[in-house]
Design a protein around this ligand. Structure first.
Ligand SMILES: [Zn+2]
Length: 280
């Protein structure tokens, strides 16, 4: 039986580390630790398989504004092919890419990916700050789940000017507007909004098509309000993610166990909720 699904994994293969996050890598290693090393697809699969776990692998495409190489649909699909028993794939298209982005969404569906990942801070554009209707309509049409990174980002943190990365596009309220306009779109709000936690909770409570990924917040640092939502109203719409390799599923899960939540809540958060969301 699957013990957990890590719903937020940035596969640390060389083409990702040396691609869209390359300029930030040294700083990330200094902050997070030296565990951010390149691995083969087989090593990543075995890391999860040996834990009776599965992983949702996320693409990244911020090319238009950052000029950095993307890690897109085909990169993710190739990884999933290595271990379809362990991996789910979320591709990525540049949301500023117009018709090209729409074509990329069709491609993600053809490649049988489960969703798409967006990182508004590094894309430097908010999900609602453009005429993105066609993007979200196309994703909804294919049943592709759209994940948005929200809140603080470690990219550019501590660097003068934040490395050019602004935080404002990552406000959860921008996702709210997308979810409101596209009720058929399945949405994940990742990292609980961090500095905008209240805003994130409000969006998820208000919009039934929005789910909350607990990646980026350690269980011991969860606010009483967030824990109350996990135990109660949002129990079927919150799920676990570690942000691997920037976070560790092992230490997150050990902290989670120390909270003493019921087995039912744990099963919902670690497996059932994300499994239901990814079912097509
Ligand atoms: Zn992430």
């Amino acid at each position: 039986m699957t013990r957990f699904i890590d719903a937020h994994v940035h596969p640390p293969v060389a083409s990702f580390l040396n691609g869209p996050i390359a300029p930030f890598l040294d700083d990330l290693r200094a902050r997070v630790g030296e565990q951010i090393v390149a691995q083969t697809p087989e090593e990543i699969a075995e890391f999860y398989r040996s834990r009776d776990a599965k992983a949702v692998l996320l693409g990244w495409n911020s090319r238009a504004k950052s000029g950095l190489r993307s890690f897109g649909n085909r990169d993710i699909a190739t990884l999933v092919e290595h271990a379809p028993d362990v991996f789910y794939g979320f591709g990525a298209v540049d949301p500023t890419g117009g018709a090209g982005a729409v074509a990329g969404i069709h491609e993600a569906a053809r490649l049988r990916l489960s969703g798409l990942s967006f990182h508004p801070a590094s894309e430097r554009i908010a999900p609602s700050d453009r005429d993105g209707r066609q993007l979200w309509e196309t994703a909804a049409e294919h049943g592709l789940v759209c994940l948005f990174h929200t809140g603080f980002t470690r990219l550019g943190a501590g660097v003068a000017g934040g490395g050019g990365v602004g935080l404002e596009p990552a406000r959860p309220i921008h996702v709210d507007r997308v979810a409101a306009a596209h009720p058929g779109l399945k949405v994940i709000l990742a990292h609980t909004g961090s500095l905008w936690l209240d805003e994130a909770i409000a969006v998820v409570v208000h919009k039934r098509n929005v789910n909350l990924c607990l990646s980026g917040v350690s269980p011991k640092a969860m606010s009483p309000e967030l824990l109350e939502q996990i135990r109660g109203p949002l129990r079927s719409r919150v799920h676990f993610g570690s942000d691997y390799p920037f976070g560790s599923p092992d230490s997150w899960l050990a902290e989670w166990d120390s909270l003493g939540l019921s087995d039912d809540v744990t099963r919902a958060v670690l497996v059932d909720n994300i499994e239901a969301l990814l079912a097509r």
